[in-house]
Design a protein around this ligand. Sequence first.
Ligand code: BG6
Length: 514
Amino acid sequence: MSATASPDAYHNPLRDSRDKRLPRVAGPCALVIFGVTGDLARRKLMPAIYDLANRGLLPPGFALVGFARREWADEDFTRIVHDAVRANARTPFREDVWDRLAEGLRFVQGTFDDPDAYDALADTLHTLERERGTGGNHGFYLAIPPNLFPVVLERLSASGLAQHNDDHWARVVIEKPFGHDLESARELNTLVNTVFPEDTVFRIDHYLGKETVQNILALRFANQFFDPLWNAHYVDHVQITMAEDIGLGGRAGYYDGIGAARDVIQNHLLQLLAFTAMEEPVSFEPAELQAEKIKVFKSTRLVEPLELTTSRGQYTRGWQGEIPAVGLLEEEGFAHDSGTETFAAITLEVDTRRWAGVPFYLRTGKRLGRRVTEIAVVFKRVPRLPFDQTMTEELGQNALVIRVQPDEGVTMRFGSKVPGSSMEVRDVSMDFSYGQAFTTSSPEAYERLILDMLLGEPSLFPVNDEVELSWSILDPVLDYWASHGRPDEYEAGTWGPASADEMMARTGREWRRP
Ligand code: BG6
């Protein structure tokens, strides 16, 4: 430590005396959405913006600018936003809130490579600055396919819109996929960073915006009784599951050739692993949190041989409850011989003192038995059971299950005596449920993330090191699969291919059936 360091250099965020519970309202700004006619904008972004306005978290002169090829006027755009809000907003529709928001809606028509369209965008933004006091602060949300990133970034740069200085900010929001392997992710990061410096880049991993995901940190670091058990001495293994019952109808353009591992393991599931495995950060300042996640990613590797420790599958025709479901190869737009996996399971090890030897099993799939995302920390069995063997036949392993969605909450599973005259012990569970414990509903992930971006608060956005490290963890299995035939089959509505169960059975374990 240098003797001349200023006290500021060692500012301790934990001593900041502001009341952090007070809502943070974004300062003057405009948000531009590229790809505003897409599904994401209508289902998630527009409703989230309205919900923020409804909660009083947007500045009075806030402006939302849509940029797309359609021949729309401002009125058409306003109607589209209105319908999207009506259909998908979380909070009740209030005319006064809507009217105020609608005053700041503008549409700029143009193709993504047309310099004139960017001039028109710049004019619109300058006018908004004058009329609504947006302060020249601009967020650019790229809700577009990644092959369009280069041209949009280049045009934003050429038109001067990407410039920021001490008086006003310019930030870019990028949706995944952040590349399709390490090499392409590096290229993308280099490209983005030539126009927007890293501290102005906000990569969306919407799982980090979920309350239940942030709650992993509260659970682990605000409580005393979990931490002593949270390590290889007591934990047998961890299962992270993201199961969906929906199929891929309508998503061939994005999904074919991408597959389950790239779609969600590289991002959502590895982020869940990082929150579960990381050490306590010094504080929740962005750099401190990122440093701990990066340490986890640097220590994480696939368990080999991949032939035995991974599984991938593709759904075939089956039943989703009472409803018949077609197989992937029959879904519109997929190649008739598509080898894209719709189910993926991998085994990872986090090679740290805390976790060495504990397998982390990650699995995800479409058209599985039901929609559920959870993290199950499964504990070792007690070294000795002083009961007659027949008394504990229905006793499993203790487990702590973080229910990310739906039915958000936490479950603890442990053994309890069955009432009666014998000492029979059986599994029971103790539940915490968000719905019962809190009266307010949780904000949508996109509300939280859009607000954080407008506030310039980067904690919940993965930085490029995290993205690249995640790819370097996953790349070997993607390469392995690419050179080893087709995925196994599983019937729609089941829990994945037999190879996934076999992979677990080899280590004497089994998947949970949530
Ligand atoms: C997206 C994936 O990131 O997350 C989709 O691209 C997936 O394939 C979606 O369906 C699931 O999000 P959520 O919030 O419904 O779990």
